[in-house]
Design a binder for this molecule. Structure first.
Ligand SMILES: Nc1ncnc2c1ncn2[C@@H]1O[C@H](COP(=O)(O)OP(=O)(O)O)[C@@H](O)[C@H]1O
Length: 189
């Protein structure tokens, strides 16, 4: 499947706004992959499909988690999280992508996980800093992304966790674990 074919598939599942966001994530993730030594072709494909399930029916996705996925914890921290793990499931099942590195990058793109692969880090960060993003603190993360993938992700996690806590939203424990692991890695150096 080439880039145009992949984009044509994903376009059918997204709004225009979400498709523009996806194009931003594609551009940014290829840049980050080239800068930090991840596979740019895998980054491109993972980025194209990262939000594949963004607009899928929530009840359908809850059923997928319950019946098909090993980790059920996504069910307890808000429906917005479902599109990432379920996206990985649908992309394999419906699009036929079976590269586990790409599927994992889609699976963990919203929450992160401890000890993320390079590709997972690239997609996680690209989703946060792509040029269409406008939220507070994003420019600081963009600057950090030029020099340190891990420091940029730590800052993105701090912003997201802080944002959620200020609004008394739930914070997915795996995201806190991701933050702790990256901080520990820094301390060990
Ligand atoms: N780690 C998390 N724990 C709990 N909720 C989260 C977490 N990360 C994101 N969310 C919630 O999910 C929503 C969608 O996240 P995300 O998919 O990253 O954003 P976007 O829709 O802007 O791409 C966020 O606005 C937030 O409410």
């Amino acid at each position: 499947m080439n880039k145009e074919q992949a984009l044509a598939i994903v376009k059918l599942h997204l709004t225009d706004h979400r498709f523009s966001h996806t194009l931003g994530v594609v551009e940014t993730s290829v840049d980050l992959a080239n800068r930090y030594g991840a596979d740019p072709e895998k980054a491109e494909l993972a980025a194209i499909f990262h939000d594949y399930a963004k607009f899928r029916d929530k009840e359908e996705m809850k059923k997928i988690v319950q019946e098909k996925l090993v980790d059920k914890s996504f069910l307890d921290y808000g429906d917005e999280l479902l599109h990432a793990p379920c996206g990985a499931y649908f992309v394999k099942d419906e699009v036929g992508i079976d590269d586990q590195e790409i599927l994992d990058a889609i699976y963990y793109h919203t929450t992160g996980r401890p000890n993320m692969t390079l590709l997972e880090k690239v997609i996680f960060l690209a989703d946060y800093i792509e040029p269409g993003r406008r939220f507070n603190g994003v420019n600081e993360v963009r600057e950090l992304a030029k020099v340190s993938l891990d420091n940029a992700i730590i800052q993105a996690l701090e912003n997201t966790i802080g944002f959620l806590m200020k609004r008394r939203h739930r914070v997915y424990p795996g995201t806190l674990a991701t933050y702790n692991q990256l901080i520990n890695t820094k301390k060990e150096k």
